[in-house]
Every structure is written in C-alpha cells, then in structure tokens.
Design a protein around this ligand. Structure first.
Ligand code: EPU
Length: 427
C-alpha cells in the first residue's frame, strides 16, 4: 500500500512568518473533559491533526456529538451516557485515549478502557493514573486487557502522583478531571506543572470547577456537583513553536513565530541561546535567527519548567551541526532515541550510552532515505532534511501527522523545498 512521505531538498534559509497552531496536548484532555460537562463545549484553536480526529471518533462512540463549526471551532456535546468503553482498537492507535478514564468514572460512575501498551518511546505504564482513581474511591480490575473501573460516587483524597521519572502529565489530568466532580476536596501533590495542565484547569474552572494551584506541584480541587459547558481557546503549541525555532536556526534563517508563548519555552530558549541562536520577543511571539556556526551545549530533559522531552529529538538534530561535542540526557523516556540511528544515516556522529547520547558535531548532514518512528523523531528528521546537502526522503510521516498541523505547507510558505508524496514504503 502506498504511504505518504516527505521529499526535502536541503539548503534554503527559511524566512518569513509562521503561525503556531493550538496545542495538541492541551486539546486532547480538554476534549475528553467535555464528557464531564452538561451542555455545549466550544473549543477554538484545536489543531487539525490525526490524534484529534482519533479522540473525536472515540468520544463519538462514547455518546458525544463532535464536529467542526464553519469557523473551525470544535463543538462537543455529551448526549448519551450508555457506552463507557474505550476499546483496544482506538487506545492502541493513541495512548492519550487514557484521558477518558477520569471523566467517565466521575460522570458515569464506570469506565472500561483498554490498557495501553508500550510504544516507540518506551513502556509508558499507567500505574499512577490507577492509583489516583483508587484513592478517589474507585474499584479497579484488569479484565482481558481492559481497565474496568467503578465507583458509586468519587470522594476527595490526598494523593502523591510522583513516579520514578517525576510527575505525570496525563495522570494529573485524569486526577484533576475526576476530582472536579468528587465529593469534597482533593489535594494532588507532585502534580505535573506543564502549561497543558494549567490550560485544562482553566478550562474546567470556566465550566464551574474549583481548582487552584495549577502550574505548581500542589493542586487543590474542591469537588462540585455539576459542570456546564463553555467556550474556550486552546493555548499555542509550545512543541510546534520550538520545532520552528529549530528550523530557523538549522537553516541559518530568520523566522517570526506568531501565536507563541515564550514563557512556556524558557528551558528550550535558554539552550538555543547557549547554542548561539538569537531569540527575541516579538509582538505576537518570537523572532528567531541564526547567522553563524552553532556552539555545542548539554541538554537534560525534565518535567516542566525543565527542558521538554518532546523537543529532545529536534535539538539533537541542531547539535549535530554544532562546532564541538554535546551531551543529551533523557530523564523522562530513557529509550526515546529511535532517531539516533536515522540521523547517523545522514552523516551525524551520535553515540548512545544508556539514557545519554554523545553528539559529535559534523560540518554537514547528507540527504538520505530515513524512517520516522514517532511523532517528535519525525520532526527531527525533517529538520535534518532542511539542512542536509541533497535530497532526504522521510518515510512513514503518518507519525508526524498525528501532531503537526500542515507542517509541509507551513515550511513551504517560509521557503523550504518540501513535498508530500506517496509511494511504496521503501525501508
Ligand atoms: N509514568 C509512570 N506511571 C504512570 C504514568 C507515567 O511511571 O502512570 C512515567 C512515564 O513512563 C514517563 C514519565 O512518567 O517516564 C512521564 O510520563 P507522562 O505520564 O507525563 O506522559 P504522558 O502524560 O503519557 C504526555 C504527552 C507526551 C509527553 C509527556 C511528557 C500528551 C497527550 N502526551 O504524555 O507527548 O512526551 O507527557 O511530557 O499530553 C508527544 O506529544 O509526542 C508526546 C509523546
């Protein structure tokens, strides 16, 4: 079966303006939160990406009306509360489906969600999600690969949501959503501080929830009896913005990046500046340029406000072309390095030692056929193609289409030579 791929001719310096889309990872849990609401939810700036479509399909099966309005806003209304099951078929495609667990349990008092398996970036357990639901009073069993959860009424609880790799983003989202309709107060210690969690809390509050402390490791939720719908705008996608900043830097270009929150990208910008990239605050976001050779830098991924794991692959591509050696350590998903072998196919000098990659800067990357393995690794290969000498073919870009809205159109509009084509899967 023919599959879409990108063909990129490297070299052109990117120049112009890019508008960043709404954040996929904020939109997904907020869409799931519509299960909790009595009434219409209207969401602006939900990106048109495959993961949003998949979650829309799941929510439709769960009895919600889901559709785009002519102005592009996503409209969700819960109509039928009979089906509480998220099947393997859909969870297998998208792990973020786990974020229907908390809302189903809180609103419908039962949920059956297929247990997500591992994926290209690691094992990805959900023990912390289940711990949170149990502490709120749910009974949980594992039946034929499904998480089956029941509760007469959830009650508030004090919980600690730290795991071996720190806080959990979707685990915090599930706990916050379930606690919103629980009886009494819930305290979530070691909550994730990511901007997407703040966005979810702000959305829930606009629907009548009572949440404080979002953006800090201690979130307090006072349960309420009912949530109503609301109209809400999703925050800009910080990972898409970071990817375009890296694109400006790696092509020695100059991009104005609109609809971008620099306060969500402090750790990434800190590393860009260390590498020698100019980043200035622009009227609606940032101005990013780079006119000279890049300096090496060390990077360690951490929960927010630390350096995001979702930009690790992209900065690795940038550091491949720095003048000297860099060390990249992955502290969230220690196996998230499938892009390493592909970048080496393009002439990079990368050596993996456990959760660390040693990057020896090279003068140039060389175009080659490469294979995308996960969403962010795919973006790293596109960046490599933009800078490489010759033609790069990035296969299996369906990974990329899960989370980047119209990436090739946006890149072409600022001067990249990139085409989306279809052909046999050649790797
Ligand atoms: N973890 C556990 N137990 C759990 C949950 C997580 O040990 O119950 C571990 C994970 O294995 C990992 C760490 O905790 O080592 C952090 O995982 P987290 O739960 O925060 O990840 P997530 O919520 O499943 C979200 C994003 C990911 C992003 C991570 C980390 C969404 C839809 N996904 O996943 O985004 O990498 O947070 O920031 O929000 C992507 O967009 O490409 C992507 C993978």
């Amino acid at each position: 079966m023919p599959l879409p791929y990108f063909e990129i001719s490297g070299g052109p310096r990117l120049r112009g303006t890019v508008r960043i889309s709404g954040a996929k990872n904020a939109a997904l849990p907020i869409m799931a939160a519509a299960i909790l609401c009595d009434g219409e939810v209207i969401l602006h700036d939900v990106p048109q990406v495959a993961d949003v479509v998949s979650l829309g399909e799941l929510l439709t099966k769960l009895g919600l009306e889901v559709g785009r309005r002519p102005d592009g806003a996503l409209r969700l209304v819960a109509r039928d509360e009979m089906n509480c099951r998220a099947e393997y078929d859909i969870v297998r495609k998208m792990r973020a489906s786990i974020c229907v667990l908390g809302p189903l349990l809180a609103k419908r008092r039962q949920a059956q969600v297929s247990m997500p398996g591992g994926c290209a970036i690691g094992d990805r357990p959900v023990d912390l999600h289940l711990r949170a639901m149990k502490q709120l009073g749910a009974e949980i069993e594992l039946v034929s690969g499904d998480i089956v959860a029941k509760a007469k009424r959830l009650h508030g609880a004090e919980m600690f949501l730290g795991g071996p790799f720190g806080s959990t983003v979707l685990g915090t989202a599930n706990a916050m959503m379930a606690a919103s309709l629980a009886e009494g107060a819930t305290v979530i210690e070691m909550a994730a501080c990511e901007p997407e969690i703040v966005d979810l809390a702000n959305f829930l509050n606009k629907c009548g929830a009572s949440i404080t402390g979002q953006g800090t490791p201690r979130i307090v939720v006072e349960g309420v009896r009912q949530l109503h719908g609301c109209e809400y705008r999703i925050i800009p996608d910080r990972i898409e913005a970071g990817t375009f900043m890296a694109a400006a830097a790696i092509t020695n270009g100059e991009l104005k990046i609109d609809n971008c929150r620099l306060d969500h990208l402090m750790a990434f910008v800190d590393r860009l500046v260390a590498i020698g990239v100019n980043v200035e605050k622009g009227p609606e976001g940032a101005l990013v340029s780079s006119a000279r050779r890049l300096e090496p830098a060390d990077v360690t991924t951490q929960p927010f406000p630390g350096f995001p794991t979702d930009l690790q692959a992209q900065i690795m591509t940038l550091l491949c072309l720095a003048e000297g050696n860099s060390i990249i350590t992955e502290k969230i998903f220690p196996d998230r390095f499938l892009h390493v072998a592909e970048l080496n196919r393009m002439g990079a000098h990368l050596r993996k030692e456990g959760p660390t990659v040693i990057v020896e800067g090279v003068k140039r990357l060389i175009g080659a056929p490469v294979m995308a393995s996960d969403l962010r690794a795919s973006a790293a290969l596109v960046l490599a193609g933009l800078a490489a000498r010759g033609v790069t073919r990035v296969n299996r870009i369906y990974h990329l289409e899960r989370g980047y809205e119209k990436l090739e159109d946006k890149l072409r509009a600022v001067g990249a030579e990139i085409q989306r084509k279809e052909g046999p899967d050649v790797m």
